[in-house]
Design a protein around this ligand. Structure first.
Ligand code: FES
Length: 129
């Protein structure tokens, strides 16, 4: 048996991520969406997602997911995800895709249709750090 090429070695982590995803998604939920609901007092040095409307986004996302009939998607409030002051921070598992949301309904619809239903994360909404 020959040694694996660099290309094959590079592909290995992807393969193991796929296997891991299958393990994770074999449970009750296909996706787990965490939206930051951390609150900082006014005048704090760092801003927080709730000041940018994250709790409204959380409620709207729950409503839209319910309307889409996605019973296998869990939407949950998270504590501070440590990337603060850049709109609203959201992370979707099992992929571990981080989004920066403005609170626009169209963004949420894209995440639902493209990512949660279609399996393709919405690149234009990726959180840039
Ligand atoms: S306050 Fe939302 S990520 Fe820190």
């Amino acid at each position: 048996m020959s040694e694996p090429t660099n290309a094959e070695l590079t592909e290995k982590p992807v393969a193991s991520v796929s296997l891991e995803k299958e393990k994770v998604t074999s449970g009750r939920y296909s996706h787990h969406v965490f939206i930051c609901g951390h609150i900082r007092p006014k005048g704090s040095e760092r801003d927080c997602c709730t000041n940018n409307g994250s709790m409204d986004v959380l409620r709207e996302m729950k409503t839209l997911v319910r309307q889409a009939g996605l019973k296998n998607v869990k939407i949950q409030k998270a504590g501070c995800l440590s990337i603060c002051g850049k709109a609203i921070t959201c992370v979707v598992y099992p992929e571990g895709v981080w989004y920066s949301l403005s609170g626009n309904t169209d963004e949420l619809q894209k995440i639902i249709s493209q990512h949660l239903q279609g399996g393709k994360p919405v690149r234009e909404l990726f959180l840039e750090v």
